[in-house]
Design a protein around this ligand. Structure first.
Ligand SMILES: Cc1cc2nc3c(=O)[nH]c(=O)nc-3n(C[C@H](O)[C@H](O)[C@H](O)COP(=O)(O)OP(=O)(O)OC[C@H]3O[C@@H](n4cnc5c(N)ncnc54)[C@H](O)[C@@H]3O)c2cc1C
Length: 477
């Protein structure tokens, strides 16, 4: 009789789960175990991520119970707790999947040492990504610093195995204590602000699989036409599900590639979607090159950038609350606060506004997103912020400063997105909705808008702040 322990990490699912599959095949007793160790992951996940994790674990517990197994939960130092569980369950092997973040390498080394002392084997199986971020090199043998050559070289090599079904799970050994509920991990906020997230999301594998199927059947064919329109449901919204591994990236890849075979007309859309999965891979390749990607500019020249002083935090506070007086920026920040998610186009706009128009350090934006996004991901968030700031690899050049008015007119032409999130300006005609300060007084009066009272005047003048940013960037040389 052999017992296996499956150490669950960012792979909270039953289908196409390599650690569960290997353990189920080789052992006749199996313990699925999740260990909450917030002090080991650096930086620690934020409140919205913890909310998602709680509900994702609850969904996994339900699925495991239906499959005749049981989710075991624990918290504490991972290496020590794993050794304890291996001893209690008399497991000879611990199976887990990879997490491609710098702190996870340290965690795995500690786990390996602790298990070896106890005579328990550790098997780490690749998962979470389509590539190995540490193994990719260009022709000169160095890592890639730009997305286009990275993707051109990597994409033809991506040929993941087809997703495996959920395995039949062996029972738990007899000696396992009664399970704790996910509440015992203390992931939910003490002040219950999170009920609003429940209106927008259903974490867990079953919902992830449904969302993938719905996107493949509905949204994918016109992804290129819809993906930049924040008012539409034009993207997959799979990001939190990919982050927590509720659906495997291999399953997403194959679902999209199969859709191309079935509908050749959708080829451009499928390629664009697969390219976004490619950006996700690229983020991990960058994080592997620079473990400080969330803190230090990839281009170190930017460490000398003259950021604006904001001693009382008034500018940052207005940005966070969505009270900058720039409707598209405010709409994005309020969407984030209300739903834990923000449309990609708007992430770029609010990021550019913070870093270039307000000239506040990008690390403030990175930290706020980390706390509020349900899809917060160390690699993607760090890369995204460095990209909008112009200091990352392959970043938008510093002189490309998003104009939030032009972006609104182009990607939210009827103002539907702004109307949804900024009701103070909803009564303005679409010709003025993206710059209410330019609306004639009678149009403002008719729509009930009182600038400076019902809705703020712009926090900064877009033209002047743009010039100041350009001058500051140019001074860097
Ligand atoms: C400043 C900034 C911060 C960001 N922070 C995060 C973050 O913390 N977590 C996160 O998952 N994404 C982040 N992104 C990338 C992107 O905005 C989200 O992945 C996307 O909006 C998620 O929505 P979706 O699942 O509907 O995307 P889709 O358009 O349906 O794309 C499919 C998948 O591809 C991946 N993807 C798409 N765009 C990107 C991208 N630009 N970079 C990396 N992966 C991408 C995601 O996994 C996404 O789920 C950030 C972008 C910016 C500009």
């Amino acid at each position: 009789m052999s017992t296996a322990l499956v150490w669950l990490r960012r792979d909270l699912r039953l289908h196409d789960q390599p650690a569960l599959a290997a353990a189920a095949q080789r052992a006749n007793r199996l313990v699925p175990l999740y260990i909450h160790a917030p002090e080991e992951a650096t930086p620690a996940e934020g409140a919205a991520s913890r909310w998602w994790l709680h509900h994702s674990l609850a969904a996994l517990a339900e699925a495991l119970a239906t499959a005749g197994s049981r989710l075991c939960l624990d918290s504490g130092a991972t290496a020590e707790r794993l050794r304890h569980w291996a001893q209690v369950s008399e497991a000879d092997t611990v199976y887990c999947t990879t997490v491609a973040e710098p702190w996870a390498r340290r965690q795995e080394a500690a786990v390996r040492a602790a298990l070896a002392e106890a005579g328990v084997a550790l098997e780490i199986l690749p998962d979470g990504l389509l590539t190995d971020p540490s193994a990719i090199r260009n022709r000169s043998g160095t890592p890639y610093r730009a997305f286009t050559p990275f993707w051109r070289s990597v994409r033809p090599q991506i040929d993941p195995p087809r997703p495996a079904p959920a395995p039949a799970l062996p029972p738990l050994p007899d000696a396992i204590p009664e399970p704790q509920p996910p509440e015992a991990l203390g992931l939910l906020p003490r002040i219950r602000w999170d009920s609003k997230l429940e209106m927008h999301w259903r974490p867990g594998e079953p919902a992830a699989r449904e969302r993938l199927a719905r996107f493949i059947d509905g949204g994918l064919a016109d992804y290129t036409g819809q993906r930049d329109r924040p008012a539409r449901d034009g993207t997959s919204r799979l990001s939190p599900r990919l982050h927590f591994g509720e659906v495997s990236v291999r399953a997403v890849w194959h679902a999209a590639a199969d859709a191309r075979a079935a509908q050749p007309a959708a080829e451009a859309s499928v390629d664009a979607f697969l390219g976004e999965l490619g950006w996700r891979e690229f983020g991990y390749h960058l994080l592997w090159q620079d473990p400080e990607l969330d803190r230090r500019p990839f281009d170190r020249r930017f460490e000398a950038f003259p950021w604006r002083e904001d001693p009382d935090g008034a500018l940052l506070g207005a940005w966070r609350r969505g009270e900058t007086g720039i409707p598209l920026v405010d709409a994005g920040m309020r969407e984030l606060w209300a739903t834990g998610w923000m449309h990609n186009r708007v992430r770029m706009v609010v990021g550019s506004f913070l870093v270039k128009n307000l000239r506040l350090p990008w690390q403030h934006g990175e930290a706020h997103f980390r706390d509020t996004l349900v899809d917060w991901d160390l690699a993607s968030n760090s890369m995204g912020w460095q990209w909008v700031s112009g200091c990352g690899a392959d970043a938008a050049p510093y002189f490309r400063i998003f104009n939030p008015v032009r972006q609104g007119e182009r990607f939210d032409p009827d103002g539907d997105y702004v109307r949804q999130w900024v009701p103070e300006v909803a009564g303005l005609p679409k010709s003025h909705i993206h710059q209410p300060w330019k609306a004639p007084a009678d149009a403002r009066a008719r729509s009930g808008l009182h600038l400076g009272r019902s809705y703020p005047e712009p926090l900064v003048d877009l033209g002047t702040s743009r010039q100041e940013a350009l001058a500051a960037f140019q001074a860097l040389g």
